[in-house]
Ligand binder design. Structure first.
Ligand code: SAM
Length: 270
């Protein structure tokens, strides 16, 4: 089984795991990751800055009383995963992990074995009803109560605006008042704008040709649109390292947070 897995083509989930110094990646992922790093040397630091934002955001939400989490494009629950942070603060927290990469999902299921308040399912968030109507998801999460929907470093894998805004609208529409959206997203301005269009295209090509999920950044305004009429939690949508930084965070980009190339924010639905 593991031998077969090593022959799988690269996926965004496992390239990201490699950038996080994780152990859940295979030769094709490492090759694709090396190609990205050759063009964008800061890519591993960007991944770490993003994951650090996710950890801080989940801690903030759990401290604020959130007990239900729907993590869309979750990757693998390693390196300070959502359920561990939330359940350390409130053991009754329930977490559903969703990813399009079947191997990431089966590895997640192995890692989560024995934790009855977690679930990992294989689904495409571009089809929100498959997730919102999934019987096991509905058993784990009560959508009549507030839920935090996590969209961390995943919407840039949905470059088509109609599809991306449409899917987030549908998830927002299914949530009870007081629910939250936690979101991070690759930027197309700031430091990202200093990358030549040729370099940008080359990175796009690695994801577009080597994985099933092509990638593309959005502007601050484009990211703000995902939050709809949510009230933004302070400090609003900022560069990921600027979102309530903590002493335990990686120090990359301390001098210039724009170089993280990741917008991040949390909004609360009215
Ligand atoms: C960069 S990783 C982010 C992982 C995690 N959310 C984090 O921020 O630490 C992006 C993940 O999104 C997943 N993904 C991409 N498109 C998706 C889709 N349409 N539906 C569900 N997952 C998707 C990829 O498989 C990958 O695991």
């Amino acid at each position: 089984m593991d031998t077969d897995r090593t022959k799988k083509p690269a996926t965004a989930a496992r390239i990201y795991d490699f950038f996080l110094d994780g152990l859940h990646n295979f030769p094709a992922d490492r090759e694709a990751a090396a190609q990205v790093v050759a063009m964008m040397p800061a890519a591993p630091a960007m991944a770490k800055a993003n994951r650090a934002f996710l950890r801080r955001g989940v801690r903030f939400l759990a401290d604020a009383g959130v007990r239900q989490f729907l993590d869309l494009g979750s990757g693998m629950p390693t390196q300070g995963p959502v359920h561990q942070i939330a359940q350390r603060i409130a053991p009754d927290s329930r977490v559903v992990y969703v990813d399009i990469d079947p191997i990431a999902v089966s590895e997640s299921q192995e890692l989560l074995a024995g934790n009855a308040r977690t679930l990992a399912i294989h689904a495409d968030m571009r089809k929100p009803r498959d997730i919102l109507d999934h019987p096991r998801v509905r058993k784990m999460l009560d959508f009549d109560q507030p839920v935090a929907v996590l969209l961390c470093a995943v919407l840039h894998f949905v470059p088509d605006d109609d599809v991306a805004y449409g899917l987030v609208d549908e998830f927002r529409g299914a949530l009870a008042p007081g629910s939250h959206i936690l979101l991070s997203h690759g930027a197309s301005e700031g430091a990202a704008a200093t990358v030549t269009s040729e370099e940008h295209d080359q990175v796009q090509q690695v994801y577009g040709q080597r994985t099933a999920t092509p990638a593309g950044g959005r502007t601050h305004d484009g990211v703000a649109r995902f939050f709809g009429d949510a009230e933004m939690v302070d400090p609003g949508i900022v560069w990921a390292p600027q979102w309530r930084p903590g002493p335990e965070d990686p120090k990359h980009f301390a001098d210039d947070p724009r170089l993280s190339c990741i917008w991040a924010g949390i909004g609360r639905l009215p």
